[in-house]
Design a protein around this ligand. Structure first.
Ligand code: AMP
Length: 412
């Protein structure tokens, strides 16, 4: 219900001024993306927010449109909005977007980044830009030379915060934060919300005003998350064995590559399973056929890549298997969101080889909890020297685990 109302959402209904609505229409956008639907009204209210959104979700417009609307109303010709980005390429992209969305407004935007001469940037800053889009190191350089007056700053955006931290910009960002007016609106966007990003958000955003978008939303309550520690070479045997004994309903298995999807599907078929693979290497009509059979229940197990799985909207998936731990924790949340829909119960089973333990920690950090780790008898992984045992790396949960139930099933 909420979804269908949202899908009819227009840019006007989000509260954007006609000049901005016209500009986005000229870009060919017919309706706001989900992150825009969530973030634009909050941005227009002047709220601080944390958006967990990757590139490609429309996050740039989600922060630029509210900024442009706010700046249109006040005095021009001095720095009022600052967007910090990790790379020169992103700075150029955001600048290009700011000019496109602001084409019917009289606002100046400028990008400053390293690797090119200071002089043209200095001149542009001194002419009085309303919006500055900057990489942290070069901005600090300009600040130290007195080229930037940030005393009238109203809005700060930290874009791709995780990448900024990964690239070692934390000290620069902290210095910049210390020099900005404390009373301001701050929006932070990040593909992943790690502990470091969280700390940055707590430092940069006003307490109590932070709003998270998208994060955790799709991890349904009815999901039992199970991690099985296993050597990479044993994964397919472990999965084939577990599929015999775990819930018998529709099962969606995720692999990282198309090749991996085909290979696994072949193996599981040889082991006597009803299984098909779906990925971008197949024609649309072949994919539709596979999906129809999965939907009807003729095929019980579908092995999919993340890209191919985007269009899969099937209810009653009782188990999602992460055959590979996804490199991006957000992907885990998306995958697992396919099970336990509408209050149902589901299992999210992850086969985790020793080289994937750290990635799994990132997933757990994102979800704010740890999951029980299991070891399948006869398939204990070789633990690399210096690594904790997978079993002892987290406290054992209370209650019976999937593996314990599995053991009972076997004895029956
Ligand atoms: P971003 O995630 O901000 O990098 O945006 C990804 C791409 O989506 C860019 O090429 C934008 O021009 C485009 N885009 C942003 N918002 C919309 C929208 N509402 N409808 C269609 N395309 C959009």
């Amino acid at each position: 219900m909420v979804r269908s109302v949202k899908s009819k959402m227009s840019f006007e209904l989000l509260g954007l001024a006609p000049a901005l609505v016209r500009a986005v229409e000229e870009q060919g956008y017919t309706q706001p993306t989900p992150v825009q639907q969530e973030a634009i009204p909050l941005g227009l209210q002047g709220r601080d927010l944390v958006g967990s959104a990757q590139t490609g979700t429309g996050k740039t417009a989600a922060f630029l449109l509210p900024i442009l609307q706010r700046l249109e109303a006040g005095r021009r010709g001095r720095l009022r909005a600052l967007v910090l980005v990790p790379t020169r390429e992103l700075a150029e992209q955001v600048l290009e977007r700011a000019r496109a969305y602001g084409r019917h407004l009289q606002l100046e935007s400028v990008a400053v980044y390293g690797g090119v001469g200071m002089e043209p940037q200095t001149r542009a800053l001194k002419r009085g830009a309303d919006i500055v889009i900057a990489t942290p190191g070069r901005l600090l350089d300009h600040m130290r030379r007195g080229h930037v007056d940030s005393s009238h700053l109203e809005v700060l955006v930290l874009d791709e915060a995780d990448r900024m931290l990964d690239m070692g910009f934390a000290p620069d960002v902290r210095r910049i934060l210390d020099s900005l007016p404390a009373e301001r609106q701050t929006m932070l966007f990040s593909a992943t919300i790690s502990g470091d990003v969280d700390r940055l958000a707590r430092r940069a955003l006003n307490e109590h005003a932070a709003v998270e978008i998208g994060r955790r939303a799709e991890a349904a309550d009815g999901v039992e998350h199970v991690l099985v520690a296993v050597d990479k070479a044993e994964k397919r045997h472990v999965l084939a064995t577990m599929l015999q004994e775990l819930p018998k309903g529709r099962t969606l298995v995720f692999t990282r590559t198309k090749f991996g999807a085909d290979k696994l599907a072949r193996h599981l078929r040889r082991e006597g399973n009803d299984v098909a693979a779906i990925h971008g290497g197949k024609t649309q009509s072949a994919r539709n056929q596979v999906l129809d059979r999965f939907r009807q229940g003729t095929t019980r197990i579908l092995v999919a890549t993340d890209v191919a799985a985007r269009g899969i909207d099937v209810d009653d998936v009782v188990m999602v298997v992460n055959y590979d731990v996804p490199q991006d924790p957000e992907i885990y949340v998306h995958r697992v969101g396919r099970t336990a829909r509408a209050g149902a119960q589901g299992v999210a089973l992850t086969l985790m080889s020793p080289d994937e333990w750290l990635m799994m920690r990132d997933v757990e950090k994102l979800m704010g909890r740890t999951f029980p780790r299991e070891v399948m008898p006869g398939f204990e992984p070789a633990v690399p020297p210096g690594q904790p045992s997978p079993r002892n790396s987290v406290p054992r949960p209370q209650g019976r685990s999937v593996m314990a139930r599995r053991g009972r099933a076997r004895r029956r």
